[in-house]
Design a protein around this ligand. Structure first.
Ligand code: AN7
Length: 349
């Protein structure tokens, strides 16, 4: 049985006492070959579907380690700022560990399913008048004033846990040539790069991938080289103007011969629908930035034909019902004796 990312990758994790690991058996998410999109784009594409983690996002990989270390270190309470997924994950793992979880979210700017999770898991929720960056500033102040443990990605254990995603990919298909990944706080791209490099140094793979990170055009501080005061994007998960792991992400792109670029909300939504309707995979808008990025680069001829490519799908589409229901939707009506559906079926017969 899969034991969760800490035990599975123990030699790469800074934990020695198994007895106090807080896990919900996160990780081991499917790497799904995307036959239809591969054909359309002329590449060999796999989706790493991290939306199938216990709380529906990649954050669980880092949270299991951050919370386990908080237990080890005797933390008083854990706190985070979040665009939604970190707060959901923090709330769940804190519940399991018996910690009080305090989560700060930008008021009105997180997807409904994510807020519902924080409520369900019993977190202490504060809606902040301000965006994620403001919420994180406040978290840092409160943590130092009241002795709380921060579980945002400035907590180093978060990235160490998240590197397990790279290990899992390599364990299944070896090292891909390109990894496309959404960028918000820029932690995950940095974590993946750390994971690939560690596997390389340990002789588990003998090549390294190009790391291709994508920000939303209205929230693209790294691409534009400046802090964005008022970031805006439909992909609320990556609505971040001053990323924590800015330098690490720039380094990952540079060292790997990759890049960090941006995609528009239109490109994100188009990739979001295309992925769901052609592969049956419903990822959240922020996650779709990875596929949007691949489409952009494939169309520009940057990606050689038949390259082995992985798009990281960081979160589950169900977390954000409002975005999909805001699209042009076609729900037909029928009476219970078939008036409506019969005309339709005659039409397509
Ligand atoms: C679905 O939950 O920052 O570049 O507070 O939820 O590592 O920040 C979420 C980020 C991509 C960006 N995809 O990852 C939070 C938060 C999804 C996300 C990202 C996030 P990073």
């Amino acid at each position: 049985m899969w034991r969760g990312i800490i035990e599975e990758y123990m030699e790469y994790m800074p934990i020695s006492d198994k007895s106090r690991i807080i896990t919900m058996l996160e990780g081991n998410t499917p790497l799904i070959y995307a036959a239809n999109i591969s054909k359309d784009l002329g590449v060999e594409l796999y989706f790493k579907y991290d939306g199938l983690n216990p709380t529906g996002s990649f954050k669980d990989r880092g949270m299991t380690l951050a919370i386990s270390k908080a237990v080890e270190e005797g933390a008083k309470a854990v706190v985070c700022a979040s665009t939604g997924n970190t707060s959901a994950s923090c709330a769940a793992y804190a519940a399991k560990a018996g910690f009080k979880a305090i989560v700060l979210i930008p008021d009105g700017k997180i997807a409904k399913g994510k807020l519902a999770q924080a409520v369900a898991y019993g977190a202490n929720i504060f809606a902040v008048d301000g965006n994620f960056d403001a919420a994180l500033r406040l978290v840092k102040e409160m943590a130092s004033r009241f002795g709380l443990t921060i579980v945002n990605s400035l907590n180093p254990y978060r990235l160490i846990g998240q590197k397990s995603g790279a290990f899992e990919i390599c364990d299944v298909i070896g090292c891909p040539e390109y990894v496309f990944i959404p960028v918000g706080n820029a932690g995950n791209i940095s974590a993946y790069w750390m994971g690939f490099k560690e596997y390389y140094e340990n002789g588990r793979i003998d090549t390294l991938p190009h790391m291709m990170g994508f920000q939303a055009a209205g929230a693209a501080p790294i691409v534009e080289g400046r802090v964005i005061e008022n970031p805006e994007t439909i992909a609320t998960a990556i609505r971040i103007g001053n990323p924590v792991s800015w330098d690490k992400a720039v380094n990952a792109a540079r060292e790997s011969g990759g890049e960090i670029d941006k995609v528009t909300d239109e490109e994100i939504l188009s990739a979001y629908r295309y992925m769901a309707s052609s592969e049956g995979i419903f990822a959240e808008p922020a996650s779709s930035a990875s596929l949007a990025g691949l489409i952009k680069k494939a169309e520009n001829g940057v990606i050689p034909k038949n390259s082995k490519v992985v798009c990281i799908l960081t979160g589950n589409g169900l977390k954000d019902p409002d975005t999909v229901m805001g699209l042009q939707i076609d729900i037909k009506h029928t009476s219970d004796n078939g008036e409506g559906i019969i005309e339709y079926l005659e039409g397509i017969a």
